[in-house]
Ligand binder design. Structure first.
Ligand SMILES: Nc1ncnc2c1ncn2[C@@H]1O[C@H](COP(=O)(O)OP(=O)(O)OP(=O)(O)O)[C@@H](O)[C@H]1O
Length: 891
């Protein structure tokens, strides 16, 4: 990072030092507090590097370890539960805190630190320690931050790892985001700050770059940390990196983008006229240059999108519909994605997640997906063969990314070649397919076929993990390598011959020619026979049972052999690098194919589900109709034994017929299935717009612009808002943004306050939605007084979830039927829960008094009588001619 040493004041040297170390001779817990002149040369080199990376944990290579010192040692020991020790920092300095990790465990430990929101600078030895004159030269070769990791072990295969950058100007904002492991790079600009929050919540980026004027640049705010530099609209749950403003200025960002994509104008990228988008994207690119050092990240062409391209789902709705995790405990198990993810590749799984979070608005796009699913539903053999082949295709997107960035190993290239080999099979399998997503697989780019053949021709089937140890390249492809290999076989034979020859010369049949790292080749004779060793043997080492010798002839041959081996390994490595860059050059093409493969995977998974779980193809309509026949909740159905889920139908929002309501008031006892029904309707609509088949017997669904859900009441502890305030904020958001094309699912509005306030608000909200906005709405409530609304507004209907009452129990039928519940079963539920009999009896008395005398009840009764009379007289629909506000509190 181009960050100057921290500008903050030099800290107290012992601040944060663990007691155990403080008691000993360790005095310095922070590298900035030490007098550099007094440090040993190695420590001086360390602090010089550390100064350039004040906000990252510096992992400093010393032999076989990556060591941390001073404050980093303390943090790393704490976070990774490693032993904190100390090392002599200089005569006057004394010991400084130290902790370290073995170099071979770098990936594992780095992954843990990055996951905890730390940035890591890896400072490696850049010259051979044995050849160094004085101190070994070291350099930071890579900076790892949560949003910039590409290492396989640090990424979740089934989800994207996004790095985002935001630029805010007043209420306008620009957002750019990239997944550098797959190369996706997108940008958007808009004008409502709330939408920025919603976009970030959808993306769940691992790291967000924020240009600021903060003096302490490069700082990383870990999730949950707050800062005066963090604007209010940005949720604290993400990891933020504070950057300088300069790369985010239009003057720097624009040329950087043009250079990256080798274009003369940004017109082709679609963001020419979106300055905030350009600034965000340019700032993100600069950060990549800064952190990736020599590693080139092959990004795809920047794509500009607008928020209105997709069905809008705000964060609350996404959460309430439990799309990627459950509300209750935030687990994947129990979410919609869990229920639908039958994909067989990691690329498919990531694509399904993205599709579920961005349902489509375009009917043609939806139908293209539906057509593909239908073909795969109708042709079971095709579906099975397709999935069998897809299973054999590796993560092309990320493998291409690693090849392009020069971090792929030989196994990665073999995995790519194996995958390319399957593409022609895939193409011939779908040769006669008719649907769009299968047709996309019918042609295999010849370049990829050749590339796969070339990789297979060169690389052995199971290459080693390390690239510089040889054994990567097959025999017979590179004459020079074959000559070298022949030479080393001759050498091995020469050693065998030597052993035989020396056994005969000395008369010792147990004499052996062996090798170890310290002495190289030597002749070994047991101690008992040592006096038989010839005079020309030079003794090198004496062990308890063995004497070891060398001869000038053996050493001379050894020197030649070792050089030849090194040359051979180097040549293999060079051939490998050539292959890797050939793959890297095709990264874009590979990713295009990867996209097609991923989509086919998602659609065959959805087809498989449709067949086995009895889903139907919904008819997508241009109007506002929501007609679902015998719908089911896709997740609850899966968690119940087969046949236990009770299907329910839904009819909302038909244009012409007055018989179909826009708004349904849904009543029913606790735990009867109201929330489940509400979510079921939302999920069916969402799945339909993703292009999936839906859990129903039949469905006709108009395309929705937004789905809003307000389900249950949960305190938002993160922002310190009360249950009621959260509920009111969410309700306000719905009333301000819903349109006649929206689907609104409300559960228990007005519960978190006094009953009268709650009922009044619930009434007013329902009335506004039905008569002003006319959004398709299901309004689940315990206030059965709201049933009166249906007698006032023609586009409102009452439904209830039915129960069967037995003398000592209620049986939940889970059936949604027309009509309103005339009472709630709260007291009944209390009785079943074991409240004392006297309390239950008293509650019943109180309730009957309230029902008789409550001014709300009287007001409602009176109001509806008056309203009915006036409606009959005028013959007008109150939905088209809003009534005056009903005085539910009586005169
Ligand atoms: N259609 C159905 N078929 C079978 N079981 C169902 C159905 N709907 C709901 N259930 C079961 O009933 C349980 C309670 O449902 P839900 O939470 O939707 O009730 P509710 O009416 O919203 O309750 P409350 O008013 O207390 O919030 C669910 O966990 C589910 O197991």
């Amino acid at each position: 990072m181009t960050v100057s040493p921290a500008a903050s004041a030099v800290p107290d040297p012992t601040n944060g030092l663990p007691e155990r170390l403080a008691k000993h001779t360790v005095r310095y817990a922070d590298h900035r507090s030490v007098n550099r002149e007094e440090l040993t040369p190695m420590f001086r080199q360390y602090v010089d590097v550390k100064d350039q990376y004040p906000h990252a944990i510096l992992l400093y290579r010393v032999g076989d370890f990556f060591e941390c010192f001073f404050q980093d040692a303390i943090a790393v020991a704490r976070e990774l539960e490693l032993v904190l020790t100390s090392k002599e920092g200089g005569k006057e300095v004394g010991r400084v805190p130290m902790s370290g990790i073995p170099h071979h465990a770098l990936d594992r430990y780095s992954a843990q630190l990055v996951e905890k929101g730390y940035a890591i600078a890896i400072c490696d030895q850049v010259e051979d320690a044995s050849e160094a004159q004085g101190l070994v030269r070291r350099e930071v070769t890579r900076v790892l931050t949560p949003g910039t990791v590409i290492e396989d072990g640090m990424l979740n295969a089934r989800r994207n790892n996004f790095l985002a950058a935001v630029v805010i100007a007043g209420s306008h904002w620009g957002l750019a985001y990239a997944d550098i492991s797959t190369g996706e790079f997108l940008t958007a600009q808009s004008s409502e700050l709330d939408q920025l929050t919603q976009e970030l919540m959808r993306l769940q980026p691992s790291e967000v770059l924020l240009p600021t004027n903060a003096p302490d640049l490069g700082g990383l705010l870990r999730p949950g940390e707050t800062s005066e530099h963090l604007p209010d609209c940005l949720p604290t749950q993400f990891c933020y990196t504070l950057r300088s403003q300069t790369p985010f200025t239009i003057g720097e960002a624009k040329p950087r983008l043009m250079q990256q994509f080798k274009v003369r104008s940004l017109e082709g990228l679609g963001c020419e006229h979106l300055p905030l988008s350009i600034r965000a994207a340019g700032g993100l690119l600069e950060y990549l240059e800064d952190t990736q050092k020599e590693t080139q990240i092959p990004l795809q062409f920047l794509r500009t999108y607008t928020l209105t391209d997709y069905l809008i789902l705000d964060h609350q709705s996404r959460r309430n519909l439990e799309i990627t995790q459950t509300v209750r405990d935030g687990t994947f198990h129990g979410s919609l994605l869990w229920a639908l993810d039958e994909t067989v590749t990691a690329m498919g799984s990531r694509t399904l997640r993205r599709w579920l979070l961005q349902p489509l608005l375009d009917i043609k796009g939806i139908q293209a997906r539906q057509d593909t699913i239908q073909e795969l539903v109708e042709n079971g053999a095709l579906r099975e063969d397709l999935q069998r082949l897809l299973r054999q295709i590796y993560d092309l997107e990320r493998l291409a990314g690693r090849a392009g960035s020069g971090t792929a190993n030989a196994r990665d290239l073999v995995a790519l070649a194996d995958s390319f080999e399957k593409l022609p099979d895939l193409a011939s399998l779908v040769a006669t397919a008719r649907s769009p997503y299968l047709k996309a697989l019918q042609t295999v780019p010849p370049l990829l076929e050749q590339l796969g053949e070339n990789l297979h021709a060169h690389l052995v089937d199971s290459p080693p993990l390390y690239l510089t140890e040889g054994n990567l390249i097959r025999p017979g492809v590179e004459p020079q390598l074959d000559t070298m290999r022949q030479q080393s076989e001759d050498d091995v034979q020469w050693l065998k011959d030597l052993e035989q020859q020396e056994r005969e010369r000395t008369g010792i049949p147990t004499l052996k020619v062996s090798y170890n790292k310290t002495f190289g080749y030597y002749i070994s004779i047991s101690r008992a026979k040592a006096e038989q060793a010839p005079k020309d043997y030079i003794r090198k080492q004496t062990l308890t049972n063995e004497e070891r010798y060398i001869t000038p002839e053996l050493k001379e041959r050894e020197a030649r052999m070792l050089t030849a081996q090194e040359d051979q390994k180097r040549l293999e490595y060079e051939i490998f690098l050539g292959l890797r860059s050939q793959v890297g050059e095709q990264a874009d093409l590979i990713r295009t194919v990867a996209k097609a493969v991923a989509a086919a995977d998602v659609l065959s998974a959805l087809a498989e589900i449709a067949v086995y779980r009895g889903y139907c193809r919904p008819e997508m309509a241009v109007g506002r109709e929501v007609t679902i026949v015998e719908g089911r909740h896709p997740v609850v159905e899966r968690s119940l034994p087969a046949g236990f889920f009770v299907p329910n139908s839904t009819e909302l929002g038909q244009e012409a017929s007055g018989a179909v309501p826009d708004l349904v008031i849904l009543t029913g006892p606790n735990a009867s299935g109201k929330s489940c029904y509400l979510r079921q309707v939302g999920l069916i609509q969402l799945m339909a717009q993703v292009g999936s088949f839906v859990p129903a017997q039949a469905a006709t669904l108009g395309v929705c612009d937004r789905i809003f859900t307000r389900v249950g009441a949960v305190d938002d502890l993160a922002t310190g808002q009360s249950t009621f305030m959260v509920e009111m904020n969410e309700t306000a958001n719905i009333l301000n943004h819903a349109t006649p094309r929206s689907l609104v699912l409300l559960d228990e509005i007005g519960r978190g306050t006094a009953t009268f306030d709650g009922l009044s608000i619930a009434w007013a909200v329902a009335e506004h939605l039905a008569s002003e906005i006319r959004a398709r709405t299901i309004f689940a409530t315990h206030y059965h007084e709201l049933n009166e609304l249906a007698s006032i507004l023609t586009n409102v209907a009452n439904y209830q979830v039915t129960v069967k009452e037995l003398p000592d129990q209620i049986i939940f039928l889970h059936q949604v039927r027309p009509g309103g519940a005339d009472r709630s079963y709260g007291i009944e539920a209390g009785r079943l829960a074991g409240l004392p009999g006297s309390v239950i009896q008293r509650a019943r008395q109180v309730m009957s008094q309230i029902e008789k005398h409550s001014r709300i009840a009287i007001g409602l009764r009176k109001g509806s009588q008056v309203e009915n009379a006036s409606r009959e007289k005028n013959g007008k629909s109150p939905a088209t001619q809003p009534t005056e506000q009903l005085d539910i509190f009586g005169a």
